[in-house]
Design a protein around this ligand. Sequence first.
Ligand SMILES: Cc1cc2nc3c(=O)[nH]c(=O)nc-3n(C[C@H](O)[C@H](O)[C@H](O)COP(=O)(O)O)c2cc1C
Length: 371
Amino acid sequence: MRHNRDAFDRWRIVPRVLHGVGRRELRTEILGTAMPAPVLVAPIGAAGLVRADSDVQIARGAAASGTPYVFSSQGCHPMEDTARAMGATPFWYQLYWSSDEQLVDSMIRRAELSGAAALVVTVDTTVLGWRPQDLDLGSLPFARGEGIAQYTSDPRFLALTADRSRRPRPAGERDEITPGAVATLLAMSRRYPGRLLENLRSPMPRAAVQTFLDLYSNPWLSWDQLATVKSRTTLPVLIKGVLHPDDARRAVELGLDGVIVSNHGGRQVDNAIAALDALVAVREAVGPDVVVLFDSGIRTGADLFVALALGADACLLGRPHVYGLALAGADGVRQVIDNLVAELDLIMGLTGVVSVADIGSDQLHRAREAL
Ligand SMILES: Cc1cc2nc3c(=O)[nH]c(=O)nc-3n(C[C@H](O)[C@H](O)[C@H](O)COP(=O)(O)O)c2cc1C
């Protein structure tokens, strides 16, 4: 996460004067999705930790500014509900490729039926990274039923959960009743669809968490398996979490529609290369025509400008929109987006750029201390 910020700090923007640019064009289209600026809202799982109604509030905030939102596989609301909150504003669906292939197909089908305009397969989290702060706190929101709403609303997942709930407990397995265990059971039951009292009596909430933990990650995921995705959906497909130019090339060879350069906000591999440092090589590798999106470290409109100048077609806004959500719900999300886009617009004016396509490395200077 720190490297992401350091990478931005090594670039300076070079203002240009007297270009007579009274009006700038920020509208962008990516794979058929129109957006008022080259910005999308990134998928962030378990945002319910921050505020109730999280994904729905994010959707409302994004829609208020017409900004596409990439729904997370680890969302706190079923995609169908979040889709409704988007109104006419387009959205994409981010998929974590489960180890159950039928669940993968079911999620893709639901995304298509809900109206998603693209599928983003996140490939950098086939196992969770080593996260000392979470480990110190013993924090895994999914284990308390937070961030598994896409699963508990899925027919295939519910069938697997029901199977599991009917299976006899392994011999010798006993529950120890501790305050922590009671709190966890309560949390699972509260978040499981339906009424709390019935959920407390039902084996399903707990079986759902166990089923989820069994199949949500897929460390065996490979290029060969990913190659099947284009025949399983009519949507454009991007992969998220690319940092090496060879991986970007491979994605293009497979016929995928785009790559998202991202180090997951520094949450996966400690000391990983900054996403911004990877961006230039990825753009060079795939050429000018392939869709390359970017996230990890964007905090201001100036950051958006730098990432676009280094080859991104558009950027995803991660943590900042969640800060907006925490402070002011949907309106906070909208304000964060609007503020970043307003700054980008002004910087374009002050660097003599009329359209997003004109933003290029000519407007950048590599800081001397970084050489
Ligand atoms: C709390 C948290 C949860 C996230 N959950 C997901 C997720 O469910 N799916 C996904 O593809 N990326 C997820 N990401 C990564 C973001 O989509 C994005 O890549 C990252 O936030 C960018 O870094 P930044 O927020 O520091 O700019 C998550 C990031 C955070 C901080």
